[in-house]
Design a protein around this ligand. Structure first.
Ligand code: MRU
Length: 359
């Protein structure tokens, strides 16, 4: 997608020496890129959320393995880089998926070919993610078109939470792909963007990328979604996910569950855009998904732009008050109307997933 009219992916190679990424901690106030050259750089970028979003975390980790193989193509180095990268963030299963895929390609290869194979595989993971996200958009567009047809030309009002946009992936995004494709097809859409406290991925990233593409949108406080649903001003919800278990339970950014509850109460269809690498076939239900506990500082402080243009972090609570900060929650499958995947739309249950992914 484009920033200031120039097409970007979220991660791209610079020769075979480095990959460049967009520093998402600085958006929307400043657009800056930085180069990653070593597995430690990739681990740090994931941990500090310079890169974030399930698919992008996986892709960055894949390049981390490639850098490790360039420095020292031994099996010991492969395992060490794998373990370091796997420890960066616990909830998005795409990280484990990408690391396993890299390991599977490399472990039987000769030392001499490991870097070349790893670099190629990391690039393939990125290219495939673009294809997957585009296909999610194609299938989602069919649904959006049907819903828009009932609106007599009025915009389709879509609510989304967090950032499951192209910034969270390589391009297109998962939840945003049908939105971009509908907008590009001339279907009038309007997006309610949950601000997504505490890190504000909605206000800082989703609104930014929708704005860059010219998609009409409105940022709302996280607490406002239920009100708009009751008032009939939300036609559907669509979110991304960090991990879907075999039974269809969905881990996503904290606050997703409350939106799904409100959607159920108001008969608003709640869809999850789901790339297949985000399915965790090893877990029976969402109760077993590890939920990342993050720093209390993210709740107790906020960062924003000052009138003079500088960026500052301020405290918002009385000194000494403790805070808790779970990064994700689990939405039970029964609250999800359907999964929009790269192979089509299915019910949020094991049979639905297996009908599209029998292998
Ligand atoms: O903590 P983050 O910003 O990495 O969380 C991101 C999300 O929860 C996204 O909704 C999810 O990764 C899906 S991205 C296609």
């Amino acid at each position: 997608m484009k920033i200031a009219g120039k097409p970007y992916r979220t991660i791209w190679p610079r020769g075979d020496e480095a990959v460049e990424v967009i520093d998402q901690t600085r958006l929307p106030h400043e657009f800056a890129t930085l180069a990653l050259r070593a597995p430690e750089d990739c681990a740090r970028a994931i941990k500090t959320m310079i890169v974030r979003g399930a698919p992008l975390i996986g892709a960055t980790a894949a390049y981390g393995i490639a850098f490790a193989m360039r420095a020292e193509p031994s099996s010991k180095a492969l395992v060490a880089a794998h373990d370091m990268l796997l420890a960066t963030r616990p909830t998005a299963v795409n990280l484990r998926w990408a690391l396993k895929r890299m390991h599977d390609v490399l472990h039987a290869a000769s030392h001499g070919e490991r870097f070349t194979l790893a670099w190629r595989e990391a690039a393939a993971i990125c290219d495939e993610d673009v294809e997957i996200c585009h296909s999610i958009g194609v299938h989602g567009l069919k649904l959006f078109r049907e819903m828009a047809a009932k609106k007599n030309g009025a915009p389709l009002n879509i609510l989304t939470h967090c950032n499951a946009g192209w910034l969270a992936c390589i391009d297109w995004g998962t939840a945003t792909s049908p939105i971009y494709q509908a907008h590009d097809a001339g279907i009038p859409v309007h997006v309610w963007v949950d601000e997504t406290r505490p890190r504000n991925q909605g206000a800082s990233l989703t609104a930014y990328e929708l704005g860059q593409h010219g998609v009409p949108h409105t940022i709302i406080a996280d607490n406002a979604g239920g009100h708009y649903m009751q008032a009939g001003r939300v036609d559907l919800c669509i979110v991304g996910t960090d991990r879907v278990t075999k039974n269809g339970d969905v881990a996503n950014k904290i606050g997703t569950y409350l939106k799904a509850l409100a959607a159920k109460d108001n008969n608003v269809p709640f869809y999850v855009a789901l790339p297949s690498p985000t399915i965790d076939w090893t877990l029976a239900s969402g109760a077993s998904i590890p939920i990342e506990e993050r720093s209390a500082d993210e709740v107790l402080k906020m960062t924003g732009r000052l009138p003079g243009g500088g960026v500052a972090t301020v405290e918002i609570a009385a000194p000494g008050s403790p805070a808790a900060n779970p990064g994700f929650d689990v939405t039970p499958a029964r609250l999800v109307k359907g999964f929009i995947t790269e192979r089509g739309v299915c019910a949020a249950k094991e049979e639905g997933l297996r009908s599209l992914f029998p292998e």
